[in-house]
Design a binder for this molecule. Structure first.
Ligand SMILES: Cc1ncc(COP(=O)(O)O)c(C=O)c1O
Length: 500
């Protein structure tokens, strides 16, 4: 890197970078750019335009923006399973092949500007794409004569997942897997800041000469000459070295295991993370976590703010704040044409390698799990309190108490979503010497959250006999606990608060 050649044209550092990238992609035309989005602007500026359609597993935000700014449409197509943050599948980044064929049919192949496969799929949980999927897309693109672009910001990471999740690739090197994948594309765009492991730099590589000529013209107008594209010699040298070093299998293992480790720890503590954990970030399903915050109040952004305020942790919302749009009345509308996808995106939040840890202490979890009767106090609209006793099951993952009541009770009228409640839990037998008890406050959960979190089955697991009794499930999301346990010394108290 210290040997960066800063000559304007024909710099050694450029030749070094060009050689490395040709070897990796197998493409003849290599264009350096200052960032990934600059490569995107050049390519999609040429391919895009009014009436054109781009189809992707998921367009990254700068990708979508560079497409939409030309007047073209960007459509994301994932499989439904990939939209379930808890589904444990190896390649949730795969593009939906059936939908791809259908969209080509509907729009006409001449209007499809390109199919873009993002590896790994950043905006949908950093999930990998299988080689099988890219091969199938290649075939579809060949039949319909549509260019295939690979956004390979994290192609090394994706190769690692293929090696470890596809038997037939177990004995191949990550570099050869990445090469095999990139050779399937007609063009490759990359932010060097990711798997290029540099502070600055991007790449656009192209197979077809006439497309490359148009791109080179654009490059010269806005980025710089073809042998530096806005980068200093030092930057190019660093990118050439980064693109080799990133395929060090020990490095990739270390990087992906560290991310997984964080994700596993969060999951053990009941945080609804997108599963399996992706390569470069942990994604939290913010809609599940903040189920009481409606989509138009941006639960993902609320979590971003909470993490920063409480823990100084900087992370990024990938949801309606990022991708949502507004209609002429100012109401939030889904960004694209699949509500599930938008719901999923709304749920996602990307977390850096730190986390605020705030579990309920183990002795209190045990107490909540071992006991089964709670007194819950509601307040009606005239602020009049009213108490009931009921059986409860404690959900250790979502920190909520699950109850069942018959229809037509007095307290049913007080059960508004998000209403505040308080209560106590006492053991079935009272030992006055070793006194134990718990006070809690919380919020009633919506029926949607109860369904999404499968709380009914958790309740039934604890009280199978309740199947015989008619009624409905309701639940309290715990926010505060004060747990007294004299077995640990007189007046011993454990206090826990959701908002520490
Ligand atoms: C998948 C993907 N594509 C494109 C980009 C844009 O790259 P850059 O930030 O270098 O402009 C990014 C950046 O995070 C990305 O993750």
């Amino acid at each position: 890197m210290m040997m960066g050649d800063e000559s304007y044209a024909g710099a050694r550092s450029w030749e070094h970078l060009e050689k490395v990238v040709k070897d990796l992609t197998g493409m003849p035309f290599i264009l350096p750019t200052h960032q990934g989005r600059a490569a995107e602007r050049i390519l999609y500026g040429i391919l895009g335009g009014m009436g054109k359609v781009f189809i992707s597993n998921t367009h990254f935000d700068t990708t979508r923006a560079n497409i939409e700014v030309t007047g073209a449409t960007a459509i994301d197509i994932l499989y439904d399973d990939a939209l379930d943050s808890a589904a444990d599948l190896p390649f949730k980044g795969n593009i939906n092949l059936e939908k791809l064929v259908e969209l080509i049919d509907i729009n006409g192949s001449e209007n499809i500007a390109a199919v873009i496969i993002t590896v790994t799929n950043n905006s949908a949980g950093g999930q990998p794409v299988s080689m099988e999927n890219v091969l199938a897309v290649r075939k579809i693109c060949d039949t319909s004569q549509i260019p295939l672009v690979i956004d390979g910001c994290r192609v090394a990471e994706n190769a690692y997942f293929i090696k470890h999740r596809s038997k037939e690739y177990a004995n191949k090197s990550c570099k050869s897997i990445a090469q095999e994948m990139l050779h399937l594309g007609d063009a490759f765009v990359m932010s060097g800041k990711k798997d290029g492991m540099v502070n600055m730099g991007g790449l656009l590589t192209i197979k077809d000469e006439s497309l490359a000529t148009k791109a080179i013209n654009q490059l010269i107008i806005t980025e710089g000459f073809t042998s530096y594209g806005g980068l200093s010699g030092r930057d190019m040298e660093a990118l050439a070295i980064g693109l080799v070093e990133v395929f060090d299998e020990d490095y990739l293992h270390y990087r992906i295991r560290s991310t997984t480790y964080l994700g596993e720890k969060l999951r053990e503590k009941g945080i609804p993370v997108v599963w399996p954990i992706g390569g470069h970030a942990v994604y939290i399903d913010a809609k599940k976590m903040y189920h009481n915050i409606p989509v138009n109040e941006f639960p993902g952004q609320a979590l971003v703010c909470d993490l920063y305020i409480k823990g100084g942790i900087r992370c990024c919302e990938i949801g309606s704040l990022m991708f949502g749009k507004y209609d002429e009345l100012g109401d939030l509308i889904p960004a694209a044409n699949e509500l599930e996808k938008e719901i999923l995106k709304q749920n996602l939040i990307k977390l850096s390698l730190k986390i605020m840890e705030n579990p309920i202490p183990e002795n209190s979890v045990k107490y909540l799990t071992d006991n089964k009767i709670a007194t819950v106090c509601f307040v009606d609209e005239n602020h009049k309190p009213y108490c009931i006793n009921c059986f409860y099951a404690f959900d250790t993952q979502n920190y909520c108490l699950i109850m069942k009541s018959s229809k037509g009770t007095h307290h049913e009228n007080m059960m508004n979503d998000s209403a505040a409640v308080s209560g106590t839990i006492l053991p079935e037998t009272i030992d006055t010497i070793q006194l134990k008890g718990m006070q809690f406050t919380g919020q009633l959960m919506s029926q949607e959250a109860i369904e999404n979190l499968h709380l009914k089955s958790r309740y039934l697991k604890k009280f199978p006999m309740s199947l015989a009794i008619k009624g409905y499930i309701w639940a309290v999301k715990l926010e505060f606990l004060k747990h007294t346990d004299n077995t640990f010394g007189f007046g011993n108290k454990t206090v826990w608060s959701f908002r520490k």
